[in-house]
Write a protein that binds this ligand. Structure first.
Ligand SMILES: [Zn+2]
Length: 348
């Protein structure tokens, strides 16, 4: 059932859903025009499950996000920005505008796994939280667009016999290594397309700096503005992936997504490359800002038990590097698997 946004009573939250749907629809319009695609509809499905999908609908495509997803992501970022250690340059001592506690679903795969979260935010920190939440939600939609553009919807029907690609399957791994490798390669490609599409959002933000005082306060950093914005995109996605991944550890659900740290690593590289195609970028500033942000987010996520710090040992970094090269091999190996349905070409 399609979720009705007008039933949301909280105005800030309703605005978050509206903005996301609008952004999804304008992206759909731009993509249809640029690549001569049939229609792509964007909607929220009424569901408390954390899931998103891309499938076919009539002669076109349907991208769906479950209605609980924006709310959960919104709360993750409200909570993260309740930590004064995250982006400490944005003051946390002003008068709070948000001050509430909520029984938060700490595992997106289990609505009963809850923890009481105290949330207290100043106006500017609340704005920043909402912006970063919006970036993460937008990313989920763009990733679905990535599946559509790469021809994975048709590929999924052809190879897996399924009419839509679900981001989190409640299905155990089949042990079919070939299909699991292929699905991972698809996830990697969908991420690559999503990052390219995300540049439109980066551009919009840079333009908004001149028009909106709040945007300027948060996203403007002189000649380091672009590295600063990219570092915020990068850590927002790290927080998102860390939260989503919880379901996979605890519920043994099957997901073909690579580990959040691995995914964050290659997405960071993809962000740099996509930005450099459009603008001059100071890589050094980006790396140093991104490391700073990553550390702030990491500690907060660990305190919230959304990531397990014990896993991040030195040997672990080696295994991340191994995993990265494996993914790149898979990508090369399976890219042609959807060649007959793809809407885009890849650089050689
Ligand atoms: Zn996917």
């Amino acid at each position: 059932m399609i979720f009705d946004i007008s039933t949301i009573s909280d105005p800030a939250l309703k605005d978050q859903y509206d903005r996301l749907k609008k952004r999804g629809e304008s992206t759909a319009g731009a993509i249809q025009k640029a690549y001569s695609l049939p229609s792509i509809s964007i909607d929220f499905d009424s569901s408390s499950d954390f899931n998103a999908s891309a499938g076919s609908e009539g002669k076109g495509y349907a991208i769906r996000l479950n209605s609980a997803v924006p709310l959960l992501i919104y709360l993750v970022f409200e909570k993260l920005f309740s930590f004064p250690t995250i982006l400490p340059e944005i003051s946390s001592t002003d008068e709070p505008v948000s001050d509430y506690s909520v029984p938060f679903i700490v595992d997106p795969g289990d609505i009963n796994a809850r923890q009481e979260w105290e949330i207290q935010l100043t106006e500017l920190r609340s704005f920043t939280a909402r912006m970063l939440a919006d970036i993460s939600m937008t990313y989920i939609l763009l990733h679905e667009f990535g599946h559509v553009l790469c021809g994975h919807v048709e590929g999924n029907k052809h190879y897996n016999g399924s009419s839509k690609i679900l981001e989190l399957n409640a299905m155990p791994s089949t042990g079919d290594f070939k299909s699991s490798d292929r699905n991972q390669a698809w996830e990697y490609d969908a991420d690559a397309v999503a990052v390219t599409l995300l540049m439109r959002y980066v551009e919009e933000l840079m333009e908004d700096i001149d028009k909106n005082e709040r945007t300027k306060k948060v996203f403007y950093k002189g000649e380091d503005t672009l590295p600063h914005i990219l570092s915020l995109f990068s850590v927002s996605l790290f927080a998102l992936f860390s939260y989503v991944r919880g379901a996979r550890y605890k519920l043994n659900r099957y997901s073909s997504h690579p580990h959040p740290m691995v995914r964050s690593f290659y997405i960071k590289d993809m962000l740099v490359k996509a930005a450099e195609d459009l603008w001059p970028l100071n890589r050094k500033s980006f790396i140093s800002l991104q490391d700073e942000r990553l550390e702030e987010f990491f500690l907060a996520l660990e305190e919230l038990e959304l990531i397990d710090g014990k896993r991040f040992s030195e040997g672990y970094m080696d295994s991340i590097n191994g995993e990265l090269s494996r993914l790149r091999e898979l990508q090369a190996c399976y890219r042609e698997s959807c060649a007959e349905w793809t809407w885009i070409g890849w650089e050689k």
